[in-house]
Design a protein around this ligand. Structure first.
Ligand SMILES: [Mg+2]
Length: 425
């Protein structure tokens, strides 16, 4: 949504109180609504609260927000004035982002009522021009504090994080095995992918197509010649007709026609979606690929604004939305993207960036009415944790969502004591 300042001023002057009283966070623009009716549906979703503040009668004032560090590992601990506590595990990128957390995010939340979490997240994005750190630089610090606050609020209310954010739609989450190795020759790639699936026993798998991304050392490399064209049929052959297969180009294709050519090959071998066919911020290119293919086009792990999802959904540019709950600034924002997808009849298959994140992923997906058939899985955490309500292991293709209060997982307190509070950054 672009706010039309001229329209706002003229309506305010002519119409008085009604327009002037619109909340600043309200979504919607008259011009867009008249062009495309989908915007009204999407804006209705964006104006719905996510955090269920009605579960809390009294204010929960945040007394402290601490970033804790042990080597390259970071936790966040929040405490309320009444002594409630929540803890979160940050993403490994916090190793370079902690000054943003300490100087730009932490101060926004201290002394605030945690029941205003939706609003605090929005404000933290604007505070001190934080949006200039658009992307993981602001998203990961925001997500880190949000997860800790959700854990604290869940422990106060005796509710799981999913319950704090809406209804529970899923209790056991089916997963697909994420794989890499696009820099390896085809044969070696296939062997590694088969071994990964054998090990995890996942009942679906995603492969990489295209080149020049993660693990590619040579900037001019095109990847092993013909790898994409060869691996697509070979993986179908390796796993049989019944296995759900997905493919991810990580935005590699610079040419829409090239992306469409690969998409047609995926269709021929019955893959179920094609992820990030072109660079993530090329919204029109993504739509052109989606328009030309019958295979669903997925994307969104790199998006950092809700309006990118809004445009893509309103204009039928994306069939599956994939916010990442760390990169995108938390579960509340990710659920907004998912619910916008739902309003357009689309699925959400969030992106997972690994490590402890899969536990947050379980909670996020538990509250998702339009989760896809398999959710990303990249392995378990190596932190010493205890969970009384789930093995947190893949069993029969699914992982059970913890049902205890907050995230339902406790980190060994002796281990937490090894961490120091980050004071100056
Ligand atoms: Mg991806």
């Amino acid at each position: 949504m672009k706010t039309n300042r001229r329209h706002f001023i003229s309506t305010t002057l002519a119409g008085g109180i009604t327009a002037a009283a619109l909340p600043l966070s309200s979504y919607g623009s008259p011009e867009a609504d008249s062009e495309n009716a989908n915007y009204a549906k999407l804006d209705a979703v964006l104006n719905e609260p996510v955090f269920r503040k009605e579960l809390f009668v009294d204010p929960v004032i945040i007394e402290s927000v601490e970033l804790l560090r042990y080597g390259k590992s970071f936790l966040c601990r929040v405490r309320s004035k009444d002594g409630a506590e929540g803890i979160s595990v940050s993403h490994n990128t916090m190793n370079v982002l902690y000054p943003i957390f300490v100087n730009r995010v932490q101060p926004v939340f201290i002394n605030q009522d945690a029941r205003r979490l939706d609003e605090l997240i929005d404000k933290a994005l604007v505070f001190a021009f934080n949006f200039r750190f658009g992307g993981v630089a602001i998203g990961i610090p925001l997500a880190t504090v949000e997860f800790a606050i959700l854990d604290m609020m869940g422990r106060i209310a005796g509710k799981s994080v999913g319950q704090l954010l809406g209804k529970i739609h899923n209790t056991h989450i089916p997963v697909y095995q994420a794989t890499e190795w696009r820099e390896k020759p085809v044969k070696e790639s296939v062997a590694l992918i088969k071994a990964a699936v054998r090990k995890s026993k996942a009942q679906a798998v995603k492969i990489k197509v295209g080149a020049l991304m993660f693990m590619t050392k040579d900037l001019d490399a095109k990847g092993p010649a013909g790898r994409t064209e060869e691996i697509i049929p070979l993986i179908r052959e390796a796993f049989g007709d019944d296995m759900a297969l997905y493919a991810d180009a990580n935005g590699y294709y610079e040419d829409v026609n090239e992306a469409i050519r690969v998409g047609k090959l995926l269709e021929e071998y019955n893959y179920s979606y094609f992820e990030e066919p072109v660079f993530f911020d090329w919204l029109e290119g993504t739509k052109q690929v989606a328009d030309a293919l019958s295979i669903p086009v997925a994307g969104g792990e790199q998006q950092h604004g809700v309006h990118a999802f809004r445009w893509l959904l309103a204009n039928e540019g994306l069939d599956i939305v994939q916010p990442d709950h760390y990169y995108f600034g938390g579960m509340i924002r990710s659920l907004k993207a998912a619910r916008m997808g739902k309003a357009m009849g689309k699925l959400c298959i969030p992106h997972l960036s690994g490590g402890f994140g899969f536990i947050y992923m379980l909670h996020l997906v538990s509250g998702m009415p339009n989760a896809g058939p398999h959710i990303e899985f990249k392995g378990y955490t190596d932190l010493p944790i205890e969970c009384k309500t789930s093995s947190l292991r893949l069993e029969n293709g699914t992982i059970k969502v913890p049902t205890g209060p907050g995230i339902g997982v406790d980190i060994d307190p002796d281990y937490v004591r090894k961490y120091d509070v980050v004071k100056d950054a």
